[in-house]
Design a binder for this molecule. Structure first.
Ligand code: ATP
Length: 340
């Protein structure tokens, strides 16, 4: 459970306005694993103070990008520039400016929260009183100072994730890299984690680059970079991306969705596809189509029709042919198939 005292006050206005100069620039990154292409000329840039999400289906290259940025993997070609300087695995002063949260937690369960933070501080070269001061500041930031002497092996997933956040920030990096930071967290822990993060961005101008599969997390980002097959397919604000899917989304429910989708395509000439057991149609004329569909298909074939506005998940589906979090392409609409 998350104690309400742990949630910081609403964010203050940003100290620094978003800069237009890229803080981090990925320039033509390529990386192969034998014949498999993980990154295929990936270029994108992140401005100071921005929260940027990397979004993509399984295998799109998000973790490979993360590993290159974290200095764990060298690209075959291309480079990463940090404040205009090439980011080198061998330059500790540049590495010092990054904080990293890995997908699999890396806390020591047998150590207390304070000890975990102190270890993190020392690994980044903080010593003496300064290291201890930073540890206490971080514990206060995440609202867990009263529990700092407990072994973290007994802590909940949400508390551990907040401690990971504190540890990644103990040396005051400029950029925070996070690989699926809130995977598996419940709603309260998710909100608390992001409240801390946004407060830091607003007060200290922290820049954040994260990978995610969660639509709610993607929605929070200032901009999203949508990756597919190691390439950037779109980069924009969540609202601008959502606006790319014009019109409405019609959801058709029936007992045999594949057959229903085929018939909607054949008889009405609409691009219908099966998404998570329902037939989905993107259309400019949602309202006028509803009565046509109801007339065209008797009850039994078509049980329900509903209409909604497009979401980020629809944009993702349109751009990549996959649903957020799925590793298989969905059944594609006839417009795509006919091109094969
Ligand atoms: N160490 C490796 N050895 C061989 N192939 C790899 C390795 N790491 C990644 N790949 C391949 O590179 C491609 C990109 O993988 P990557 O893990 O970057 O994708 P991802 O977008 O992070 O996927 P996910 O959402 O599943 O984590 C995939 O085809 C993957 O199988």
């Amino acid at each position: 459970m998350v104690d309400s005292r742990m949630t910081p006050a609403p964010s203050a206005p940003p100290v620094t306005a978003l800069s237009s100069v890229p803080l981090l620039q990925l320039d033509g990154l390529t990386r192969r694993f034998k014949s498999r292409v993980a990154l295929d000329g990936l270029s994108l840039s992140v401005r100071a103070g921005e929260i940027v999400g990397l979004l993509g289906p399984n295998g799109a290259g998000k973790s490979t990008t993360f590993q290159v940025l974290a200095g764990l993997l060298a690209p075959d070609s291309g480079r990463v520039l940090f404040e205009g300087r090439p980011l080198s695995l061998h330059d500790p002063s540049l590495r010092q400016r990054l904080g990293i949260i890995f997908q699999r937690g890396s806390l020591d369960d047998l150590m207390s929260a304070r000890e975990n933070l102190l270890l993190g501080a020392r690994l980044y070269g903080l010593t003496g009183e300064h290291a201890h001061t930073r540890v206490e500041q971080m514990l206060r930031l995440i609202g867990l100072e009263a529990r700092g002497d407990e072994r973290v092996g007994t802590w909940s997933g949400g508390m551990r994730r907040r401690l990971e956040l504190a540890r990644a920030l103990v040396h005051q990096p400029r950029v925070l890299l996070m690989d699926e930071p809130t995977q598996g967290l419940d709603e309260a822990s998710f909100r608390s984690f992001w409240a801390h993060l946004r407060a830091l961005r607003d007060t200290e101008g922290l820049t954040v680059l994260l990978t995610t599969h969660r639509a709610d997390e993607a929605q929070i980002c200032d901009r999203l970079a949508v990756l597919d097959a190691g390439r950037l397919v779109a980069m924009d604000t969540p609202a601008a991306l959502a606006a790319r899917v014009g019109g409405d989304i019609l959801i058709l429910e029936g007992r045999e969705p594949e057959a229903l989708a085929a018939e909607v395509r054949g008889r009405l000439g609409l691009a219908a596809r099966v998404v998570e057991g329902h037939v989905q149609v993107e259309t400019e004329q949602g309202h006028s189509l509803v009565p046509r569909l109801v007339e065209a298909f008797p009850a039994g074939r078509l049980d329900a029709v509903s209409l909604r506005r497009p979401t980020l998940a629809d944009v993702f589906l349109q751009l990549t042919g996959r649903t957020l979090g799925a590793d298989q392409p969905t059944a594609e609409p006839s417009t795509r198939k006919s091109r094969r």
